[in-house]
Design a protein around this ligand. Structure first.
Ligand SMILES: [Zn+2]
Length: 123
């Protein structure tokens, strides 16, 4: 058996990481709600007889909100993935190659689930 794969982050270190990830999740969910609220298309009372100009404003506002929501969704997926890995005891292990993720990398971005090499390959 490969000994490298049996090494995992100690439980006493996982608890604060889990707390952090859950806190981040709450924050992003709140952000997501706020963005959706700011999306002019989500306004049920919006004036259907808009001038071209305000229509364009709404289009841009909507487009902007879509991009932001897309970004937030990605963050949420990543956080959920990291939390799942804590649950299954695989936190800190690269999901691609199975090697330990550099702890410096985890310290900066606790939500990552791939090592730096695999992350580079992805991009
Ligand atoms: Zn890897």
């Amino acid at each position: 058996m490969d000994k490298k794969n049996t090494v995992s982050i100690p439980k006493n270190l996982l608890a604060p990481i889990k707390n952090f990830l859950e806190g981040e999740m709450m924050k992003w969910k709140k952000t997501q709600k706020e963005i959706k609220k700011s999306d002019p298309f989500s306004d049920a009372d919006r004036d259907q007889n808009n001038s071209m100009e305000s229509d364009l404003d709404e289009q841009i506002g909507h487009f902007d909100a879509e991009i932001k929501v897309g970004f937030v969704k990605k963050q949420l997926v990543q956080l959920r993935k990291a939390l799942t890995r804590i649950k299954i005891g695989k936190y800190g292990i690269c999901e691609k190659c199975g090697k330990m993720i550099d702890t410096d990398r985890l310290a900066i971005k606790p939500e990552v689930t791939t090592c730096i090499n695999c992350a580079r390959d992805q991009e």
